[in-house]
Every structure is written in structure tokens, then in C-alpha cells.
Design a protein around this ligand. Sequence first.
Ligand code: TXA
Ligand code: MG
Length: 330
Amino acid sequence: MTLSNIPKAVAILKRGGLVAFPTETVYGLGADASNEFAVRRIFAAKNRPFHHPLIVHIPTVEDLHKWAVDIQPGVFKLAQAFWPGPLTMVLKRQPHVLDIVTGGQDTIGLRMPNHPVAQHLLQAAGIGLAAPSANQFTHISPTTAQAVYEELGDKVDLILDGGFCQVGLESTIIDMTSDLPAILRPGMISVEAINQVLGLEVICNSRNTQRAPGMHALHYAPTTNTMLIETKDILNTVNSLKAEDLPVAFLIRSDCAFPSSPHITRIQMPSEPSHFAQGLYHTLRKLDQEHYQSILIEAVPEGVDWDGIRDRIFKATASRCISKPIHKYK
Ligand code: TXA
Ligand code: MG
């Protein structure tokens, strides 16, 4: 834990610098959200297009009023239930909020993170921190300080090391600007848990549409060819790969049969969603550095507790599902 570095981090932020910091979801690349020059540096460091809005991280629930207007009661219910924690709420923005933060929209994404380093940093700085995940645009989000360094190197002025991120996937994002709240990005706070707190059914299009091929741009993706594989296809695929000397890694969640083969690696993933989520990006990042020809990820169950994981797997694979054996060409 790097609490002793917090005064240094605050000084850097106040003079328009960039500080990467741990949150419970993934590491963020933070800048003072009311300093346009500083926020522009985030986009440059990540190579991120300007129209992608940033989440502003706030130290307390009361700070909601500094950034948002027309806040409906449901927002406070969700804040009470899930903040600090992995939930981002999209609200109508205050007029002073910079266009560069919101992508020119009249809304703002706000989150109060639940990691001791993030909380100390936000409280010591006393400002809102605009912070996307601390990775290059389209890469996998970092869940360790080392991964941040691999992604951003010297483009960041300071990296606060807070160990492994406990949640491991980015926050659930919910649009709370209308009477019909909608999930914009599923995460480890499930739609069911949100419905229970709000006492209504929020819109959750991602539940219906994420299986459609081609729906997702390649995002949150390893550079190695990464595909989804249904449980029923695993045995045949492993058997057909045995004839070839291609290094292939399988991320397996079930206890399916899996013949051993020198070039094929079976990574056993946890069968419980929160543990699976915790290790997913770290595992993909490590495999990506090991020169596999392909990474195959077993499809996960249908339940709402897997929504966030399923969404990230579809994004990592760009909905590519293996239907025939892999061959040596690539
Ligand atoms: O867990 C997380 O949310 C992490 C940590 C660092 O807090 N942050 C994160 O930020 O994942 P980023 O920038 O990688 O993803 C934020 C997403 C983007 O897809 C962006 O389009 C969406 O949030 N977003 C931000 N503000 C929005 C707004 N006003 N309306 C709609 N979507 C918004
Ligand atoms: Mg991101």
C-alpha cells in the first residue's frame, strides 16, 4: 500500500499531472476533472478518441451535487446501497462541467470508488478525478500497478501501487437521467441487485443483444487471436489440435473432459463469478505475453451474475466463436 505517496500524488494532480491509482475494479488514470489541460493529457496518454466521455470519481456522496443536477431519489438509494463501490451513475451534469470530460454530452458519469488508496487520494485532493481505465485504448484494463506500467510507461507522472484489484472488471454503469433507468455497461453489481434496491425493472439491453455476432467493436482485447468456445465443442477442438504443434491456451470454467497435449494449456478458471472476474484480465494479460497462437475462452453461464463477465468476454473475442479447427495460418 502506498499511502505515504499520497501527498506527492495530490501535488502532481493539482499542477495538472496524471496519477494512476488503484480502485476496487481496475486501475484508473486520474487527472483533475476541472482542469482541461490535465484531462486532455489523459486522452493523449491512452490514445483515446475525444468523444469517449470519462467517469469522474468523487470522495463522498455529497459531492454528487457538485457535478450533477436534477438528481432523482433512486440515485441516493443506489448510492446508499452500493457506494463506495463498483457502480457508475450517469446523471445530468452541472453547467460548469468540462465538455472534454463528458464528450460534449449534457450528462456525466460519477462513481465513488471503494479502494483505500483511491479513497485517501480523493479525500486528500478534495477534487473530482476524471479517470478512465489506465490502459491504451482498446487494450485490457490493468488490475495491477505493473500492468499500468506496461500500458502507459512514462506517460503517467506517478503510479500508486495498491496491489491486485479485488473486483477485476470495470464498474456497472447505469443511466439515471430518466424515469426508466438503463444499464449501459454490465458489471459485478448485477441488474437484479439494482432492481431490488430501486423496486423496479431497469432496462438491460445487453442481456438480449450481446450474443449477436459483430455487435461489439474489438475492445478490452488481448492482441493474441482470442475466441469463444462452447463447452460442447471443447473436446473435439482439443482432439483436432493434437495433430498440430500450435500453442493454444484454453480458459476453462467447467469440469469438462480435456485430453492432455504438449502444446495445449488448460487454465482452470474459478466456477464462482466474483472469483472468475477477479482473475480474468490478469490471466488474459499474462497469456498475451506468452506467444500463444490462440486463446480460447469457454462460454460462461446465462445467469445475471455472469452478465459483466460475459460482456467482457464478448468484447475480448469481438464475438468470434470457434466453429472449426484452428490451422497454422493466422
Ligand atoms: O470501473 C471503472 O468504471 C473504471 C475505474 C477506473 O473507475 N473506469 C472505467 O473508465 O472503466 P473507462 O473510461 O475505461 O470506461 C468508462 C465508460 C466508457 O465506456 C464511457 O463511454 C462511459 O463510461 N461513460 C462515461 N461517462 C458517460 C456518460 N456521461 N454517458 C454515457 N456513458 C458514459
Ligand atoms: Mg476502459
